[in-house]
Structures are given as structure tokens and as C-alpha cells.
Design a protein around this ligand. Structure first.
Ligand SMILES: Nc1nc2c(ncn2[C@@H]2O[C@H](COP(=O)(O)OP(=O)(O)OP(=O)(O)O)[C@@H](O)[C@H]2O)c(=O)[nH]1
Ligand SMILES: [Mg+2]
Length: 251
């Protein structure tokens, strides 16, 4: 059985660094891991990828050959990934069988993983009950209610599209003051007082989004910093509980 965990979030939200921090943390707890890089455009990753999309897709060549800008080239790259789905799936399966967890670092542009077909073809090849989507809330966005609701909507969109078990993490908390972390966690339970400060259509939409956030509060939102390591044990425990039905193999 392959236990597979996808790290998904907006550009620069900290997916790659969290993949690396999580690898170090879980390995230090004795877990064997497989690391997958699905970002064809990344220049440097701070981990040794066991499966790397760059072995199949040459992003720089796509930019040259198709004379495209960075986003257009990413779309072409994502569509070319579809040609190698079987190989990638087999690589992951083969290594995943002998690992406790497969960690998948996804492309910077979230829409590539959330909305192009190649990702569905990967996620659908693994059983739902051994899959976990870790959605990153960038701390830059959670320090005001408009940003918090916007990123919550995006998390909901990814949930609707991929429909996998999900956990949420608030990244880079070393950049936030303790009361900012606390406030964002409070909004998760009750966003309405803060929404009252908004006006016009933003307020109307936010009031509706409030209901979604209330439902979402059933999903944990774990504050963490890949830089300092704070909160990694909570995510590690969440991952192990997901895959070992309530058992925490890390303890
Ligand atoms: N202070 C701080 N910075 C962080 C943390 N995690 C990531 N960063 C910084 O945020 C930037 C983006 O981090 P990445 O890990 O590359 O983010 P990503 O989501 O993989 O980015 P893309 O794949 O390019 O979309 C880098 O400059 C990191 O050093 C963190 O926990 N704390
Ligand atoms: Mg990255």
C-alpha cells in the first residue's frame, strides 16, 4: 500500500521548504520516505528527489522551443506530463511500497496541480484512504480577514476538485506575531465579527464564505514554520494518524 501526501499551496507558500523540513523530521523519527518533485520549472530543490518530473520534462527547452512566457510554458509542461503519467505512477508505486510515506512537492502555480488533468490522473491512481492533501495557508495571507477568507475559498476549491482527505497548515509562522496566529485560528471558528468590518460586495460574499469556513473548521489548521521546525510534530502526527488509522507510528 502506498501512503501518499501531496503538499499544495499558492506560489511561494512554502511547499518545497516544508517538504524538506518534513522529510528531515519524519526521517529523524525513523520513517522511510519517498520524495517526489512534480514541479518541472524549479531550478533547485533542497532535498534529494527519488522521483523527479524534471527527468521527463525539460522546462527550459519548452520555453525556447514554443517561444512562450513562464506561465504559458508551465501549461505546456503540465500537459506534456500527461504523456509520462504511467512512468511516474509506476516510479511512485514501486518506491512507495517500501516507504512509510510518499511526500509530493507540487508545482508553484497551484492551478497546475488543482485544475489540469495530469494531477487528477496521478491522485486517482492511489486509494483515497491512503492519500492526504496538505493545503498550505501562506502566513502572508492570514494576517487580515479578506486574505484569510480568500485563501479559505481556494482551499475549498481544491477540495471540491480533488476531493481527497485534507489537512491545512499555516506556514511561515516565524513571520507572524503570536496574536496574529491566535486571531487567524479564532477566525477559523468565528469569522463573522471580523467580516462586519468589511463593506459592499466584499462583505456580502464574505458572509456567505463564513458558512464555508465554519464547515472547514472541522479540518485542522496547524500553525508551523519550516524554518524553525515549530509545529512539525503536529503535522507528523496528523500524517501518521491518517495512514495508520488512529495509530501514531512516530511515537
Ligand atoms: N521565514 C520563513 N520563510 C519561509 C518558510 N518556508 C518557506 N519560506 C520562504 O518562502 C519562500 C518560498 O518557499 P518555497 O518553499 O520555495 O515555496 P514554494 O511554495 O515551494 O514555492 P514555489 O514552488 O516557487 O511556488 C522562500 O524564500 C523560502 O525561504 C518558513 O517557514 N519561514
Ligand atoms: Mg516549490
Amino acid at each position: 500500500m502506498t501512503n501518499i501526501c501531496y503538499l499544495v499551496g499558492t506560489a511561494g507558500s512554502g511547499k518545497t521548504m516544508l517538504t524538506s523540513a518534513l522529510q528531515r523530521y519524519l526521517t529523524s523519527k525513523g520513517a522511510s520516505l519517498t520524495i517526489v518533485n512534480l514541479d518541472p520549472a524549479v531550478q533547485h530543490v533542497p532535498y534529494q528527489a527519488d522521483v523527479d518530473i524534471r527527468d521527463y520534462i525539460d522546462y527550459d527547452r519548452i520555453v525556447d522551443e514554443y517561444k512562450l512566457g513562464p506561465n504559458g510554458a508551465m501549461i505546456v509542461a503540465a500537459d506534456l506530463i500527461a504523456d509520462y503519467i504511467t512512468e511516474i505512477r509506476e516510479d511512485i508505486e514501486e518506491l512507495g511500497e517500501s516507504s512509510a510515506v510518499v511526500l509530493v512537492d507540487t508545482p508553484g502555480q497551484i492551478e497546475l496541480f488543482a485544475y489540469r488533468n495530469f494531477s487528477l490522473r496521478i491522485t486517482e491512481s492511489f486509494p483515497i484512504d491512503s492519500s492526504l492533501l496538505v493545503f498550505l495557508f501562506d502566513s502572508l495571507l492570514v494576517s487580515n480577514i479578506a486574505g484569510f477568507l480568500s485563501i479559505s475559498l481556494l482551499a475549498a476549491s481544491v477540495q471540491i476538485r480533488l476531493n481527497l482527505p485534507m489537512t491545512h497548515v499555516m506556514t511561515k509562522i516565524d513571520l507572524l506575531k503570536p496574536n496574529q496566529i491566535e486571531t487567524a485560528l479564532t477566525w477559523r471558528e468565528n469569522p463573522y465579527d471580523a467580516i462586519e468590518e468589511l463593506s459592499g460586495m466584499a462583505r456580502e460574499f464574505s458572509l456567505q464564505t463564513g458558512q464555508l469556513v465554519e464547515v472547514m473548521s472541522e479540518i485542522p489548521l496547524l500553525p508551523m514554520s519550516a524554518l524553525t521546525g515549530e509545529g512539525l510534530e503536529l503535522l507528523g502526527a496528523q500524517i501518521s494518524r491518517t495512514f495508520v488509522a488512529g495509530e501514531d507510528w512516530l511515537i
